[in-house]
Design a protein around this ligand. Structure first.
Ligand code: GLA
Ligand code: ZN
Length: 670
């Protein structure tokens, strides 16, 4: 794999414009001591650059770029278009968004522009172009960062008109649209394109996150994701007129629901993302999100933002404990990051982020724990450039699909507790705990390189997926899927003829009913070979066709009917898990399912350490991290090997304390 950067970019969001110039030189001195070699600048400076409609001033940005260039920084230059200047709202109120409740917004906040506003589009394009024209040939500009954390929705009349155009392009005829949205239901048939309205609280909305017609809402999500993507592309293309080479990105947000990141990634040169777990986010969840971000392009990504110490915007903004930031950074690298960047380099004095951690804290000097930890990491990373561009090799693919995410969560019934990402995580976690490398893959990926595919709650089965999954299994693959799969098509209309619709033959079953279990309710599940356990959330009532039963319900009126099934199909096998199993029981089933697949774990034997690998043509790099509170023994296979970070050899009694990290390199021939 080709690396995008020559060295680990180590730095982050830097806003010298918020500070007097005397501070700038002091910053440079301090950052040098932390091996900081990169700064992301100009993220929120539109009002400074363009204080009125026809005036542009680049002097301050010139000075920043000159200073950073002289210092040899890799500059990540943002386009500043995520927060609009006040004059624009005053002169062109239509640049503001209209929210779900139909309220038209005023100047304020950020991420607040109507994506379909021609005024917004005109000025973002112009600004991006001017920046590229002015700075595009500066070799220190290492990456373009368009906008910031695209997201949010607009329900203004402008968007409504654009939605109709998008729909016309998609459906061609109203007949097709009426059918796709099943508008005969409640007699919502439309006869003119301009009868179509956006699905919000004033129209089809039910509560805050459901609507009467999920099909309309899913199309709206697709449209909104496309509208924002169009904004990104306009800026990208404006930059490309003046700079044909420097990679272009925008910072994504992991499992963020609003945008179809697989579609977005196709338009980006490199994926970058902002990682802000809470104090109680499982490490397996964080790892999963990294794998998703790597999966978007099946390539290394940038960690555009993480906090060196704490956030300000979560309910409880715990400090990262000593060593935690380092461990978390290596986890990020282990799962595919080629940069470690922070939000932010110097903590701001006012507004809502003054409690957000930074490399330089309010005290203003470098004699802080956070600074020292940052500096130590910077030193280590400056010795680790050989890892850049290396790949992850996985034999397990977990399907992730934004259409499915939206459809599953818009659907009314059977239970409000079914959430997409949490379902994916339950399965991901199993492989994570076994240190089996996993890719998060899109539904249209090439499945042939995987031994095992896991498709939890594959609610929406779109055209072509039946064939793709069948051919994967036929050729010997193991497919694991679950309750609430194969139910609807891409318009959210049910595949008739028994669930799981197009997957029925593959799974060798049909599902007659889907029971929702309230939080206080459980079912008892008996494994055919072995023990009992509990299940919750949903329980499907399954009929065997060609499949055999692996576990069955022993409680409820459906006692005796299968809860988990296994079906041979071609050379492969399909497991269908019809109810949410408690962890141990799920593990037992998954142990059996992957047994036949012969997966190679990263290491032999069990460990509570997180161990993952990156591969180059010459070497394998093992990243060994202890996220457990208790110290853990280092697996025997690493005894005698040299830790690249400390230079020390691991001994038989090497014990990893919480947050310790070792990086072991093994040559291919070894
Ligand atoms: C986001 C934004 C940053 C900053 C951080 C704070 O990731 O991109 O501008 O607000 O959150 O955590
Ligand atoms: Zn709008």
């Amino acid at each position: 794999m080709k690396k995008v950067f020559e060295r680990f970019l180590f730095g982050g969001d830097y806003n010298p414009n918020q500070w007097p110039q005397e501070i700038w030189q002091e910053d440079m001195r301090i950052f040098r001591n932390a091996h900081i070699n990169s700064a992301t600048i100009n993220v929120f400076s539109w009002a400074k650059i363009q204080p009125s409609e026809h005036d542009y001033y680049f002097n301050e940005l010139d000075e920043m770029i000159d200073m950073l260039s002289e210092e040899g920084y890799d500059i990540v230059l943002a386009t500043s278009t995520a927060a609009l200047p006040a004059w624009m709202f005053k002169r062109y109120p239509e640049v503001a968004r209209t929210d779900y409740e139909g309220r038209h917004h005023k100047f304020g906040q950020r991420h607040n522009a109507c994506p379909n506003s021609l005024v917004y589009q005109k000025y973002t394009q112009r600004l991006a172009g001017k920046l590229a024209q002015r700075y595009g040939d500066n070799p220190q500009i290492t990456c373009w960062h368009i906008n910031n954390e695209y997201g949010g929705e607009c329900y203004c009349e402008n968007c409504e008109k654009a939605f109709r155009v998008w729909l016309k392009d998609k459906y061609q005829t109203l007949e097709a649209l009426n059918k796709a949205w099943n508008l005969e239901f409640w007699g919502h048939t439309v006869y003119e394109w301009d009868e179509i309205v956006l699905p919000n609280a004033l129209s089809e909305g039910i509560g805050h996150d459901k609507t009467a017609f999920a099909g309309i809402s899913i199309d709206y999500r697709r449209f909104n994701s496309d509208s924002l993507l169009e904004n990104f592309k306009l800026e990208r293309d404006a930059i490309r007129q003046f700079d044909s080479q420097t990679p272009i990105t925008t910072n994504l947000m992991g499992t963020f629901k609003g945008l179809d990141y697989f579609k977005w990634a196709k338009e980006m040169d490199i994926v970058s993302w902002d990682n802000y777990p809470s104090y109680n986010t499982p490490w397996s969840f964080v790892a999963m999100t990294h794998d998703l971000m790597r999966g978007l392009k099946q390539a290394p990504f940038m960690l555009m933002e993480q906090t060196p110490s704490q956030q300000n915007w979560q309910p409880y903004n715990s400090l990262k404990k000593p060593g935690q930031m380092r461990a978390q950074s290596y986890q990020t690298i282990a799962h595919g990051a080629d940069t470690i960047q922070f939000f932010q380099l110097r903590r701001s004095i006012g507004a809502c982020e003054k409690f957000h951690g930074a490399v330089i804290e309010h005290v203003g000097h470098e004699n802080t724990r956070v600074f020292k930890e940052t500096a130590a990491l910077g030193e280590e990373l400056s010795r680790l450039n050989e890892v850049l561009g290396s790949e992850t090799k996985a034999e397990v693919g977990v399907l992730f699909d934004w259409d499915n995410y939206w459809a599953l969560e818009y659907t009314s019934g059977p239970t409000v507790d079914l959430t997409y990402v949490q379902q994916i995580h339950q399965y991901y976690r199993y492989f994570y705990e076994k240190n089996i490398a996993t890719d998060l893959v899109s539904v249209d990926a090439d499945f042939s390189k995987y031994q095992v595919l896991v498709a939890p709650v594959l609610y929406m089965v779109k055209a072509g997926m039946k064939e793709a999954l069948e051919s994967f299994v036929e050729q010997g693959g193991t497919l694991i899927t679950t309750y609430m799969s194969g139910i609807v098509d891409e318009s959210d209309n049910v595949h008739l003829g028994g669930y799981p619709g197009p997957l029925r033959e593959l799974a060798g079953i049909w599902v007659e009913e889907i029971d929702a279990l309230a939080p206080e309710q459980t079912n008892v599940i008996q494994l055919k070979k072995g023990r009992q356990g509990e299940s919750n959330l949903v329980s499907e009532i399954i009929h065997l066709e060609t499949a055999e039963s692996v576990a069955e319900y022993t409680s409820n009126f459906y006692a005796g009917s299968p809860a988990v099934t296994k079906n041979r199909f071609g050379k492969g096998v399909v497991y269908y898990i019809g109810t949410q199993l408690e962890k141990d029981l799920l593990n037992t089933i998954l142990d059996e399912a992957i047994n036949s697949a012969n997966l190679i774990a990263v290491i032999e034997g069990e460990t509570n350490l997180e161990i993952s690998c990156r591969h180059t043509e010459e070497a394998v790099y093992y990243f060994i991290i202890n996220f457990q509170e208790q110290a853990q023994k280092v697996p025997a296979q690493f005894v005698g090997k040299k830790d690249l970070l400390s230079g020390k050899h691991l001994t038989g009694d090497s014990v990893a304390d919480q947050y310790s990290v070792y990086v072991i390199k093994e040559g291919r021939s070894e």
